[in-house]
Design a protein around this ligand. Structure first.
Ligand code: ATP
Ligand code: LTN
Length: 330
């Protein structure tokens, strides 16, 4: 049993509170108990068209955000996926045991193919195999992610088992850690779909960089039902339930306490309070991020150390894999 945790976020836009609540915030809680490796999945973002200079800038900005959220570079390995070439190499090997059909059935592939119909590239279809390689290279036991990544984790597990069965025991079969609260933060404008940083409607998400005024305004405009009782009910009241979840994550109050607090107060007051709690929670993160970004040398030094540590593990795993599949070693 390994004690290692791995996760990553793509530098594909400005992260939202959904990425924070569903992923990054939970990493912080794991770093004291586990050997944690957190990556910036830049290769994954290339599956959708990017502006090169922006991608480069966002990569460093995402590192600053990780640290500003409380991910400690002294405790965790932090690195950029493309700095460790073994990710792409293991992907090639795992591709040879992956069926085209199972990739075509992936929910994210189907969604993104509809959204980017002009650019349905091989990488988009192969996305889950690259993600499996990220995880399997590091002999990882746990992968903390939001609920939307569960299907990709299943693929990583299947590929680990398939490889082990075909070539003898090599990979640990990883398990997802999906938070009880906030695993699927919903859009503020359409509570039936997930909050996503690439939504065209900026009112649908709260970015980690939104100003207090924007945050409060977006929550005030959030789509809810026409009732006026603050009560958790995902089926009947998806909008309010989503706001309660966000409020709960940011204040630590449970659903019963929230319901009692807003008894008889109406939605206007509730939405205002959610906005204020989120704005207050994000302020120190935003300040810290700005401070970190002023020192690029420091950020790059973290990535250099991270790449070295990650490479030494990845190198050993890939060498073992190459040997098992029959590639001649020098
Ligand atoms: P994109 O819109 O570009 O596809 P995204 O917002 O879905 O991006 P990712 O970079 O794909 O974000 O995901 C980073 C992490 O955030 C993953 O662990 C993912 O599960 C989590 N996450 C993404 N969206 C949500 C959400 N709505 N609720 C909870 N967690 C989420
Ligand atoms: N596909 C993930 C990001 C990601 C990831 C990983 C998460 C890339 N590689 C490995 C966990 C483990 C996403 O959230 N979109």
């Amino acid at each position: 049993m390994s004690n290692t945790v791995f996760s990553a976020v793509q530098p594909s836009g400005v992260p939202t509170i959904a990425n924070y609540v569903g992923a990054i915030k939970n990493w912080v809680n794991l770093q004291n108990e586990y050997d944690c490796i957190f990556s910036i999945a830049d290769l994954h973002t290339l599956t959708v068209k990017q502006v090169p200079a922006e991608l480069r800038a966002r990569t460093l900005e995402l590192l600053a955000l990780y640290i500003a959220c409380g991910v400690d570079p002294e405790k965790c390995v932090l690195f950029v996926q493309s700095h460790v070439h073994e990710h792409a190499e293991l992907t090639w090997i795992l591709n040879t045991i992956t069926a085209v059909g199972e990739m075509q059935r992936m929910t994210q592939f189907k969604d993104k193919s509809l959204k980017h119909a002009e650019n349905i590239n091989m990488g988009l279809m192969d996305y889950p195999v690259l993600m499996a390689s990220d995880i399997l290279l590091y002999n990882v036991q746990y992968v903390p992610v939001g609920a939307d990544q569960k299907q990709h984790l299943e693929i990583a597990r299947d590929l680990a088992m398939r490889f082990n069965a075909r070539y003898s025991d090599t990979f640990i079969v990883p398990e997802p850690i999906i938070p009880k609260l906030g695993a699927r933060v919903m859009s503020l404008q359409e509570p039936s779909s997930k909050m996503s940083k690439s939504d065209e409607n900026v009112n649908a998400f709260i970015s980690m960089l939104d100003s207090p005024d924007d945050i409060i305004r977006k929550f005030r405009r959030a789509v809810t039902d026409s009732d006026s009782v603050v009560r958790y009910d995902e089926q009947e009241k998806p909008g309010i339930s989503n706001l309660m979840t966000i409020y709960s994550v940011f204040t630590g109050e449970d659903m019963d306490a929230i319901k009692a607090r807003f008894e008889g107060k109406g939605y206007g007051e509730f939405k205002q309070q959610v906005g204020e709690a989120v704005a207050e929670g994000l302020k120190p993160i935003q300040d810290k991020r700005a401070e970190l970004l002023a020192d690029k040398t420091y950020l790059l030094s973290i990535l250099k150390t991270g790449a070295e540590k990650a490479s030494s593990i990845a190198f050993r795993t890939l060498r073992k894999v190459y040997k098992k599949v029959g590639l001649l070693q020098l």
